[in-house]
Design a protein around this ligand. Structure first.
Ligand SMILES: [Zn+2]
Length: 312
């Protein structure tokens, strides 16, 4: 496999592409642009050339440019510093469940726009765009699968779909997941990757999901179920404040950002210098909020072990 030093190729390659493209853009204006003789026509976005998109990725942990393939081979973990990168819900399921065992539940639930909400663009349009971009119908994927030959009910949230925020569909899918797991006595695994909490676009309907999912978890717990919550980067807001924190066991991936409000908001509100490492997995382990930090490569085995331990 060909490996090149990242700074030497990615930077100049981009520059060369830009220079090489300029004359073409100047001599050939886009036909869609307005034909004003005084103002130059707006240039169409330049196609990227040189390094194919996505070949390299900057690591949020060490700020180095990493050859993506190398990280993918170790489950999307930085080979230099061990920082755990984003993985999509579908990849997460692949990493967690035994091959070919996952069966999705409630895939037919679709989000709606009950408030006719709009911010930069209408929520209805945002939903369509997010669905197209991510291939997901909403920010959570739920179903049943096997983890090292143990049948479980599992749910995953995906931070790339409107920050993994909990709207009605996320709440409903998780609630149904829990409610099915209860009579079937299935161990419950929910992996959270939600930078947003409750989804403001759905207002109160979104907020009530916190109580709804939590109530379902309480009934599940009374029925003797074991719930393992896995907190990944990031787990914030209403997700952290509801189901993600309610695990019988709370696992966290290393160096994940976990909290309710962001550090800047807290700092501005209480005007106190926050301790070092505040809202990281390690800090929360030290303070008893997290039971164990589990590296991604060990997650499957650790979950299987915890299930066995709890079902004795
Ligand atoms: Zn790194």
């Amino acid at each position: 496999m060909e490996r090149r030093s990242p700074p030497a190729t990615s930077q100049p390659a981009g520059k060369v592409a830009a220079i090489g493209h300029e004359p073409a853009a100047a001599t050939k204006p886009s036909p869609a642009s307005p034909s004003s003789p005084t103002s130059p026509a707006p240039r169409p976005p330049r196609p990227k050339r040189g390094v194919p998109e996505g070949l390299w990725q900057k690591c949020d942990g060490c700020q180095q440019t990493i050859y993506r393939k190398e990280a993918e081979e170790i489950l999307n973990v930085c080979p230099k510093c061990g920082f755990h990168w984003y993985v999509s819900a579908a990849t997460r399921i692949e990493q967690l469940c035994d091959a070919g065992t996952f069966e999705e539940w409630d895939a037919g639930l679709r989000p709606t726009d009950p408030l006719g909400f709009r911010d930069k663009k209408p929520y209805a349009e945002r939903l369509v765009a997010e669905q197209k971009r991510t291939g997901l119908s909403d920010a959570a994927l739920t179903g049943t699968g096997m983890i090292r030959a143990r049948r479980v009910a599992c749910g995953v949230t995906d931070s790339s779909f409107i920050m993994g925020s909990m709207g009605s569909v996320v709440g409903e899918r998780l609630t149904r997941l829990i409610e099915r797991a209860t009579p079937q006595k299935l161990p419950l695994i929910i992996i959270s990757a939600s930078g947003g909490g409750a989804r403001m676009h759905e207002g109160i309907l979104s907020l009530m999901q916190m109580a709804k999912v939590s109530a379902a978890l309480a009934r599940y717990s009374q029925a003797g179920g074991v719930f393992i919550s896995v907190l990944t980067n990031p787990t914030m807001g209403g997700v952290a404040a509801s189901f993600a924190s309610l695990g019988d066991l709370c696992f966290a991936e290393p160096r994940a950002l976990i909290g309710f409000a962001g550090p800047r908001t807290i700092k501005a509100t209480i005007r106190v210098e926050l301790p070092k490492g505040f809202q990281t997995s390690e800090f929360l382990l030290e303070h008893g909020f997290v039971d164990r930090i589990v590296a991604r490569k060990d997650l499957k085995s650790e979950i299987a072990r915890a299930i066995d331990y709890c079902s004795r």
